[in-house]
Design a protein around this ligand. Structure first.
Ligand SMILES: *Cc1c(COP(=O)(O)O)cnc(C)c1O
Length: 382
C-alpha cells in the first residue's frame, strides 16, 4: 500500500497534474491527439489503450485519492463495472453479490450474465457468514456496495476482504456513494474500487464517467480486456473531470455536513416515518460506519409518514430538484422505484426493502438553512 502524506484537498488539486513546461500555465494542458508517433516512443499511445497523457495524469490523481497503485478511466460507471467483472470471468464461473446494489448493476447481472453462462448469488443480508455460504468451487468474485443505494446499508469491508483472500476470490466494491473522501476500501484489503464518476467525482451533474482503481497486477489484467471492449473516456471529458476533482474534498465535506444536519432534522420531524443515514446513532450499522468511513456522506433516504404523498411532496420543493442521478453540488431528490430501480419488478424491489414511497436525497452544498426551509415549506403544503 502506498503511504500518503498530503491531505485529501491538496491531493485533489495537485496530484497527477500535467505540467505545462512550454508555457508555464497553471493547469494541465489538454492533448487531443488520437494519432501518436510509434517510432520514437515505446509506449504506443492511443485513447482506447487508456494511455494518453491526460488519461494517465487523471488516473494518477484518482489512484492517489483511493490509495491504489493504478487506475483506469471509463466512459461511464457501468462500463467500469462491466470491465471490472468481465475481465476476470469466463463461462461457468460464479459471482457472489450483495443484493442491495445500484439498479443498473442488478440489471446487468440479471440480463447479461445468463447469456455468458455466468452464475450468481444475490445475498440479502449484511452478515459475512451468509456470503461465505454462497462461495462455491467456481466462485471468482465477491462484489459489494457500501453505503448501498438507496438504503445506505453498511457492510464490513475488512470481513469481506478477508473472506475473499481466504477463498482466492477477487473483491470488488462500488465506492460511488462514499467517494474516496469518505472511504478508502483498499485500506481494509478490498482489491478493486469502482466509481461512477458521474456522481461525486464529477460533482456538477454534467459528466458521465467511471473509474477502476486497484493494484498494478489487477489493473494490467483489466486493461488487457478493456482495450478489446472499448469504453475509455474522451479526452475533453477527462480534462473536465480532472478540473472537477480539484474541489472534490471541499464539496464532499460540505455535503457531509449538510446531510448530517438534514438527517437529524428529518429524524426529529413529525412528517417522517423513517430516515436512513449512517451518521445517525439509530442507523443499525452506525458503529461500523464510524469505524470504516472518514465521513458519513451526502446521501440519505427517507419515508414520509404518509407514503402516498411522496410525489406531491417532491413537486412542492423549490430549491431541491427532483432529478435522477446524485452527487452534484445541487441538492436533488428522487424516487428509486421510479428511476434507478424501475427496471426491477415491484416484488423484487419490496424484497430489497425499497417501497414505492421511498425518497432518496442527494444533499448538495447549498447553505443549510435554505435546504431546511425548502423541506419545511413542502411539508406544510402536503
Ligand atoms: C450511477 C451509479 C452507477 C452507474 O454509473 P453510470 O455513470 O451511470 O454508468 C453505478 N453505481 C452507483 C452506486 C451509481 O450511483
Amino acid at each position: 500500500m502506498k503511504k500518503n502524506i498530503k491531505g485529501f484537498t491538496t491531493r485533489c488539486i495537485h496530484d497527477g497534474e500535467l505540467i505545462d513546461y512550454k508555457y508555464k500555465g497553471a493547469v494541465s494542458p489538454l492533448y487531443l491527439s488520437t494519432a501518436y508517433d510509434y517510432l520514437k516512443v515505446e509506449d504506443h499511445k492511443y485513447p482506447r489503450y487508456f494511455n494518453t497523457p491526460n488519461q494517465l495524469a487523471l488516473s494518477k490523481k484518482i489512484s492517489s485519492l483511493e490509495n491504489c497503485e493504478k487506475s483506469l478511466i471509463f466512459g461511464s460507471g457501468i462500463a467500469a463495472i462491466f470491465a471490472s467483472m468481465f475481465s476476470f470471468l469466463k463461462s461457468g464461473d460464479h459471482v457472489v453479490f450483495q443484493s442491495s446494489l445500484y439498479g443498473g448493476t442488478i440489471n446487468l447481472i440479471l440480463k447479461e450474465f445468463k447469456k455468458f453462462n455466468i452464475e450468481h448469488s444475490l445475498v440479502e443480508s449484511l452478515e459475512i457468514d451468509d456470503y461465505k455460504k454462497e462461495i462455491k468451487s467456481n466462485t471468482k468474485l465477491i462484489y459489494i456496495e457500501t453505503p448501498s443505494n438507496p438504503l445506505l446499508q453498511i457492510i464490513d469491508l475488512e470481513l469481506v476482504a478477508d473472506l475473499a483472500k481466504k477463498n482466492d476470490l477477487i473483491s470488488i466494491i462500488d465506492n460511488t456513494f462514499a467517494s474516496p473522501i469518505n472511504q478508502n476500501p483498499v485500506n481494509y484489503g478490498i482489491d478493486i474500487i469502482i466509481h461512477s464518476a458521474t456522481k461525486y467525482l464529477g460533482g456538477h451533474s454534467d459528466i458521465l464517467a467511471g473509474t477502476i482503481s486497484s493494484s498494478k497486477i489487477l489493473i494490467d489484467k483489466i486493461l488487457e480486456s478493456s482495450i478489446n471492449y472499448g469504453g475509455n473516456l474522451s479526452e475533453h471529458t477527462v480534462w473536465l473531470l480532472e478540473r472537477s476533482i480539484k474541489t472534490l474534498s471541499l464539496r464532499v465535506k460540505a455535503q457531509n455536513n449538510n446531510a448530517f444536519k438534514i438527517a437529524e432534522f428529518l429524524n426529529g420531524s413529525e412528517n417522517i416515518k423513517s430516515v436512513y443515514y449512517p451518521g445517525l446513532k439509530s442507523h443499525p450499522q452506525h458503529e461500523l460506519a464510524k469505524k470504516q468511513m472518514f465521513g458519513f456522506g451526502g446521501m440519505l433516504s427517507f419515508l414520509l409518514k404518509d407514503e402516498n404523498k411522496s410525489d406531491a411532496f417532491t413537486r412542492h420543493l423549490k430549491i431541491i430538484k427532483p432529478a435522477m442521478s446524485l452527487g452534484g453540488v445541487e441538492s436533488t431528490i428522487t424516487s428509486p422505484s421510479l428511476t434507478s430501480h424501475s427496471k426491477i419488478s415491484k416484488a423484487k424491489r419490496e424484497k430489497f426493502g425499497i417501497s414505492d414511497g421511498l425518497l432518496r436525497f442527494s444533499v448538495g452544498i447549498e447553505d443549510y438553512d435554505d435546504l431546511e426551509n425548502d423541506l419545511t415549506q413542502a411539508f406544510q403544503k402536503i
